[in-house]
Design a protein around this ligand. Structure first.
Ligand code: G1P
Length: 291
């Protein structure tokens, strides 16, 4: 499996005013834009064709993964070769960034459908870039393996507090226990249910491995929650036709489309950063002593 769809057309209203003039995916987490973590995760899992479903205001994302001739030339002239190496390795040579536009904001399901001409007949992954996983996570690769084992679409889930279920897609696995890194059959999937109607507290965590049949289903999926064409509704239909599984996240997720989630990720990624981590944690210790 080589193709992954990353919808980046959303305007990031949850993160205003920061996102007024820059794409939310370009906000910096420690020293890299958020989208770079998501693309790195895809590449770690073996994906090479990164399909961005984008918007006219998001050109900075494509620029970030493109070659910048002037910058490279300047870094060579100034002998800043370590920096040059960092810039040159943002994207490995065998990876492709491909972009398509989502001309109207009709929802996540519609965004995935905009990539259909590039996906063709292949099975593919979808990654939502608001969700950042810890950099050691192998979850996406494990989802691909699980899909290849029995050809059941894999939906990443993790438990959330029951009172927050209204913010997410929620899956029903008939009350079974689901250990981290394991998959189990789903019987129902609902987008943003009211708390009293949520079939469980297992929320969809922004990573999907999908059978190609989802594209045909999306073409006839009516508008759902929020008046948008929901990927969750199409997966629910796919699941009823051919089965689909919930895969439980083993790593750790951060909702970086949300200011608090972003701050939490900043703290943890800074502490773990190979160069900045030791001095940052030392500084934190002195702050803790002062308070
Ligand atoms: C989307 C999905 C939802 C999922 C969530 C994860 O919702 O539709 O099923 O749980 O991402 O972040 P959004 O947050 O884009 O409204």
């Amino acid at each position: 499996m080589k193709k992954v769809v990353i919808p980046v057309a959303g305007l990031g209203t949850r993160f205003l005013p920061a996102t007024k003039a820059i794409p939310k995916e370009m906000i910096t987490l420690v020293d890299k834009p958020l989208i770079q973590y998501v693309v790195a995760e895809a590449i770690r899992a073996g994906f090479t064709d990164i399909i961005l479903v984008t918007h006219s205001s998001k050109g900075a994302i494509e620029n970030h993964f493109d070659h910048n001739y002037e910058l490279n030339k300047t870094l060579v002239e100034k002998n800043k070769l370590a920096l040059l190496d960092i810039i040159d390795n943002i994207l490995p040579g065998d990876a492709n960034i491909i972009s398509v536009r989502q001309p109207i904001a009709l929802g996540l399901g519609h965004a995935v459908l905009c990539a259909a001409p590039i996906i063709g007949d292949d099975d593919f992954a979808v990654m939502l870039p608001d969700v950042i996983l810890n950099e050691e996570s192998c979850d996406l690769a494990k989802m691909v393996q699980a899909f290849q084992l029995n050809r059941k679409s894999q939906i990443m889930v993790e438990p959330v507090p029951q009172e927050e279920t209204y913010k997410y897609g929620i899956v029903d696995i008939q009350g079974r226990e689901l250990a981290p890194a394991e998959s189990t059959e789903m019987v129902n999937m609902v987008e943003k249910p009211s708390v009293d109607k949520a079939p469980s507290n297992l929320s969809v965590t922004g990573r999907y491995i999908l059978d190609n049949d989802i594209l045909g289903i999306l073409r006839t999926t009516p508008k759902g929650a929020g008046g948008e064409i929901q990927l969750t509704d199409a997966i629910d239909t796919l699941m009823k036709a051919q089965g689909a599984e919930a895969y439980r996240l083993e790593g750790k997720s951060y909702d970086c489309g949300d200011k608090l989630g972003y701050l939490q990720a900043t703290y943890e990624f800074a502490c773990q950063h190979p160069e900045l981590g030791p001095s940052f944690t030392e500084w934190l210790a002195t702050i803790a002593q002062e308070t």
